[in-house]
Design a binder for this molecule. Structure first.
Ligand code: AMP
Ligand code: MG
Length: 317
């Protein structure tokens, strides 16, 4: 909690600096969806866009007892909102296309991993085995907006991308033509900066929170980053992070430290960043070359190597 306050103060100070630079930039940060959500616009930030974020939190949170998803997970079958229905539907499709590397049925597994505890430790093999068997249930999309799910659903890998998309659409509907929204690792950019320049989105160095390895040029679109540094703990000298390999129930292993996915589609960027991390580089490139999804990606390996797909406008610092 104290750390959260400190970060908020730093972010507030940063927004003041931004507003005082003469570029008439307005910045604001709120804590929602278990992360920092910040807006940067060139006019006052409409308060409704913050309410919009909170209302989606009440729809997609796995842990908030008042959320719609919580109710579905509790009751196993429920009539849900069209938005929850369609996000689950889209997630199932991505799951199929990524050979299960992306899988929203992992709710019982993610519930075992507490990254916020003062003394976090990995779950036991027994717990993982049980949660794994519970994560293989079928999700049925029924008539109307009924959903039946034999597994607990976790939308943590895709909801922020969806919300980023909706927030951009909302701001645009108000006639706001340019801005940047950041939801913990998911960046939405729309419109050129007032000086006509393209926006540059820095890609963090997984080894150091204050360094970047390069940047992506982006005007209209989304960049989602999944990294092993976002939520993790060390136990007995081993790192346990929050991106789960659905086939093992354990943090995905491999030689990648983070993946950034760039796309015009926020949901796709978010879901694929998680999926590509699990798939690893070779299988990710196979998916890229299949061409079923329109995206670009930047991979940062544990040894510091960086590889970007041909269309990613990635530039080294
Ligand atoms: P991201 O930071 O977008 O990669 O999302 C990570 C979050 O997505 C985790 O905190 C989990 O809630 C969820 N998640 C982890 N692994 C997976 C996976 N393989 N498929 C779908 N969701 C996942
Ligand atoms: Mg994701």
């Amino acid at each position: 909690m104290r750390r959260k306050n400190k970060i908020l103060i730093i972010l507030l100070a940063l927004s003041l600096i931004l507003t005082s630079c003469g570029a008439r930039t307005y910045s604001e940060t709120v804590f929602a969806l278990d992360t920092f959500v910040s807006f940067t616009l060139y006019e006052e930030i409409p308060p409704e866009v913050k309410s919009l974020i909170y209302s989606y939190e009440k729809m997609f949170s796995r842990t908030d007892e008042k959320s719609e998803l919580y109710r579905l997970n509790l009751e196993d079958k429920a009539n849900v909102s069209e938005e929850l229905y369609s996000l689950i539907e889209e997630s199932l499709k991505i799951s199929e296309d990524t050979m299960g590397a992306f899988d929203i049925r992992i709710g019982e597994i993610t519930a075992l991993w507490d990254f916020k505890s003062d003394h976090p430790m990995p779950p036991s093999d027994e717990e993982i085995k049980k949660a794994l068997s519970l994560s293989r249930g079928e999700i049925k999309l029924l008539e109307g907006t009924y959903i039946e799910s034999a597994s607990d659903i976790d939308l943590g890998g895709v909801a922020k991308g969806y919300i980023a998309e909706k927030a951009v659409a909302y701001l645009r509907s108000l006639g706001i033509e340019s801005g940047l929204i950041s939801l913990g690792g998911n960046i939405a950019s729309f419109g050129k900066k007032p000086d006509g320049e393209e926006r540059k989105i820095g890609i963090r160095d997984p080894m150091s929170a204050s360094d970047t390895v390069g940047y992506i040029k982006l005007t209209d679109g989304f960049v989602s980053v999944s990294g092993d540094y976002e939520r993790f703990f060390l136990y007995d000298g081993k790192k346990y992070h929050h991106i789960i390999d659905p086939s093992t129930g354990m943090p995905a292993e491999g030689n990648i430290s983070s993946v950034a996915v760039i796309s015009k589609d926020g949901v796709l960027a978010d879901a694929l960043s998680t999926a590509l991390f699990v798939l690893g580089y070779d299988s990710s490139i196979e998916l890229y070359e299949k061409g079923i999804y329109d995206f670009e990606a930047v991979f940062i390996f544990k040894d510091g190597t960086v590889k970007a797909t041909d269309g990613a406008e990635f530039y080294r610092d």
